[in-house]
Design a protein around this ligand. Structure first.
Ligand code: MOS
Length: 753
């Protein structure tokens, strides 16, 4: 199902536009998402949501609900049964961003917290029963204050992933250097709470098969979900199996389990039936994570010639009352530009809201909005072109770690982007550029994102029907992982992509990485390649040991596999035979190999600073008469290592740019100051970019392999496209309107002073 024109046996599938192998299953409706699944006797669960954001649950009256037709149970703290707490482990195992198990206590800490669960024969009956449950509370005023002041936290904080020093990075003396700088900037940038709104709602179907808990779940991490749920139900890992075959995206909201998952499992345990629970769109704004609101003060000092002398980045983000998710806005700040004096610090502000979580480009995306906006404003004060200002401050190495970059071509990104966009024609004067009666605004900004690998395993089979099977317990969240795995298996075996069967999304398969950090592709490459090498070695041993084989008596080293054919190296591939023929002669259904790769991302003692880079150039049109602002054109250039599938890669960057237009102009989750409820908790009131808002997006990849990452040199592309885009847009908005908007999203009222 690839798009290849050339014979697949002679050309590598890597770096070629390849259509998604799961596409036909999706468009014909054959692909089953978790919420599509049906099991005999399956029941439906609907949670009851707290209608306060701060206080205590006093009474719960379930009597009327329990008597309603079709209702099997109403579960609550008194009858749900034991649900243990999952615990944090080093690394990326057992991650859970809301640790308190559902119904563990009667304290309500955010609006929509689950207080009961109605289970019935139909969804409608369960919903009616959930609505009929009555609760009383003792209420306190919720804190959903928008202005953020850092709590009095210790210097080192244990976050959801690892301990973090609040003085995140420092070198030189940033304060003194700023005092003495010729040109200064001191501005605060604000990004709002944002809610993940993938098309597919969170959904889970739980059933108990004897001692084994089966979970069909819309998760970005089957392996992690298995570990967390095993702990929560006191089970051995081998007695939990998680299946996630198709997802309608996740954007980070589905990386780790939320409280509805153990609730469905507890209901299935109690009632002895499969239980389906689909989180409603409204609940998606309450109980399954969101991107934290951030307030970031950036101070820059520069010489008149445009050399940065000081950079201070002090940020505060909001968090829920209990859950220490760290919104790492300072991730890219310490290395992105050369500056001798630097200080990055953070603080946290607790609020009566659901847990904050990873959302596409967590940390770096809001962080780079602030620092790249500051770079643009500083360039303006210096009267230096913003592209040139960045080039002037290009670092030779990662100055925070004192390490070389594994592969950094940021300046080339900037130059190529400027060329493709036509940046040299920019007239920097505000409002000076016009086309068709519209004022044009041009802006740009840089991007960066983490690179490396998570631990992964894989298993590969070469089979006697000429097919290959590749198995790995990672997931395809819609980004193209099925296809990437097929391309990788094809690359190593020479078997065309359409003869590769990909098995993923099942925790019974060899452990695979979360679909997170844009690291799935880079993480599976070492495992798949090692697995393939082992399977091929097994095949060659078979070839030289099978009676009647033309290779009998040769050494395995004398042979090779290429284009799906086994041959004697000295004779050439043309005189070889199809690998399936070797297997058939040996009466072997298959040969198999397993491989694994280590976690390198966030690993201590790294020898290189590993990141991806990029930039966006943006044009907006502005019609002051009607206050109409449109993004009309975007050029994005990405230095993300070797691009395994440029078609899927461009899709990723384009999708991220579309999301970035939403970040800049539309998206914000607002909380009611009276009761703490997310007000716009639906797709009518939570504004997002729609098709009509999406301009032409011209994506370019530099395609330099980064050999410090993996054998192919592939980094990741899911998230970097969202980095920097909002700063490029607000810069273009300033160029068109003369208004510096420093609090996202840009609103019409900001522009019509
Ligand atoms: Mo991404 S926020 O790591 O799914």
């Amino acid at each position: 199902m690839g798009t290849s024109q050339q014979s697949p046996s002679t050309a590598s599938p890597i770096g070629r536009d390849t259509l998604r192998i799961d596409g036909p299953r999706k468009v014909t409706g054959v692909a089953k998402y978790s919420s599509d699944l049906q099991f005999p006797g399956m029941l439906y669960a609907v949670p009851v949501e707290a209608t306060i954001a701060n206080g205590k649950l006093l009474t719960l009256d379930t009597a009327a609900a329990e008597k309603m037709p079709g209702v099997r149970a109403v579960l609550h703290r008194g009858n749900v049964g034991k649900i243990f707490r999952s615990t944090q482990a080093p690394g990326f195992d057992r991650v859970c961003l809301e640790r308190r198990p559902p119904f563990e206590d009667d304290t309500i800490r955010y609006w929509g917290q689950y207080i009961a669960l109605a289970v019935a024969d139909t969804f409608e009956a369960a919903k009616a029963a959930a609505d009929a449950v009555r609760a009383t509370y003792s209420k306190e005023k919720p804190n959903v204050e928008r202005h953020l002041e850092a709590e009095d936290d210790p210097d080192v904080i244990l976050t959801a992933y690892s301990p973090m020093e609040r003085l995140q990075s420092h070198r030189g003396d940033a304060a003194a250097a700023l005092d003495n700088a010729a040109v200064k900037l001191d501005e605060t940038y604000v990004t709002p709470a944002e809610t993940h709104n993938p098309l597919e709602l969170h959904s889970t179907v739980s059933l108990w098969d004897g001692p084994t808990l089966m979970l069909y779940d819309s998760t970005q991490g089957v392996v992690n979900l298995r570990s967390v749920l095993a702990q929560m139900f006191g089970l051995n890992k081998e007695n939990v199996r998680v299946i996630s075959k198709f997802l309608g995206s996740g954007f980070g909201g589905k990386l780790y389990p939320w409280t509805h998952v153990p609730l469905a499992a507890a209901a299935a345990r109690q009632l002895g039936k499969p239980v389906k629970l689909v989180v409603s769109r409204k609940m998606m704004f309450q109980t399954v994570g969101h991107r934290a609101r951030t307030q970031q003060r950036v101070r820059l000092g520069a010489s008149r010639e445009g050399k940065l002398v000081s950079l201070q980045h002090d940020y505060v983000y909001h968090m829920s009352m209990l859950d220490p998710y760290h919104e790492d806005c300072g991730e890219a700040t310490p290395f992105h530009y050369s500056v001798p004096n630097l200080r990055v610090t953070f603080g946290r502000a607790k609020r009566n809201i659901g847990a904050t979580a990873d959302m596409r480009g967590p940390g770096a995306v809001p962080g780079l909005y602030a620092t790249e906006s500051a770079m643009n404003e500083m360039a303006e004060r210096l009267k230096i072109d913003p592209v040139q200002f960045r080039i002037l401050n290009e670092p030779k190495l990662d100055e925070s770690l004192n390490l070389p970059f594994s592969s950094r071509h940021y300046v080339e990104c900037l130059n190529l982007g400027a060329e493709k966009f036509g940046w040299s024609k920019r007239n920097a004067t505000v409002g000076a550029m016009k086309r068709d009666g519209l004022i044009l605004g041009w802006g740009m900004a840089g991007a960066a994102w983490i690179a490396g690998t998570f631990a992964s395993e894989a298993n590969i089979q070469l089979r006697d029907d000429g097919t290959v099977r590749i198995a790995c317990a990672t997931q395809d969240i819609g980004t193209g992982t099925y296809t990437i795995l097929a391309q990788l298996a094809s690359e190593k075996t020479g078997v065309p992509v359409d003869k590769v069967e990909v098995e993923l999304g099942d925790s019974a398969l060899p452990d695979g990485p979360i679909s997170g950090g844009s690291l799935a592709t880079s993480s599976v490459i070492p495992a798949v390649f090692k697995a393939a090498d082992q399977a091929i070695a097994s095949l060659l041993i078979t070839a030289v040991t099978t009676p009647g084989s033309p290779f009998l008596g040769k050494q395995p080293d004398d042979l090779a596999l290429e284009g799906g054919r086994v041959f004697i190296k000295a004779d050439g591939v043309k005189r070889g035979i199809a690998f399936e023929e070797v297997l058939r002669r040996a009466n072997a259904r298959l040969v198999a190999g397993s491989g694994s790769g280590e976690q390198t991302v966030f690993a201590p003692n790294a020898k290189f600073s590993k990141h991806s880079y990029g930039c966006h150039f943006v044009e907006v049109t502005w019609q002051p008469e009607t206050a109409r602002l449109r993004v009309s054109r975007v050029v994005s250039v990405m230095d993300a290592g070797r691009i395994v599938n440029p078609l899927a890669g461009r899709n990723q960057i384009q999708g991220a740019v579309v999301m970035g237009i939403g970040m800049a102009l539309f998206e914000e989750t607002t909380y009611d100051p009276q009761n703490g409820a997310p007000i716009n908790s639906n797709l009518a009131d939570y504004m997002m970019t729609v098709n009509a808002d999406a301009p032409p997006i011209d994506v370019h990849f530099l395609d330099y392999p980064d050999k410090e990452i993996n054998e192919l040199g592939a980094r990741g592309i899911g998230e970097i496209g969202l980095a920097g885009i909002a700063a490029a847009i607000t810069s273009a908005v300033h160029h068109a309107t003369g208004v510096h908007v420093r609090e996202l999203p840009v609103r019409i009222e900001d522009l019509i002073a």
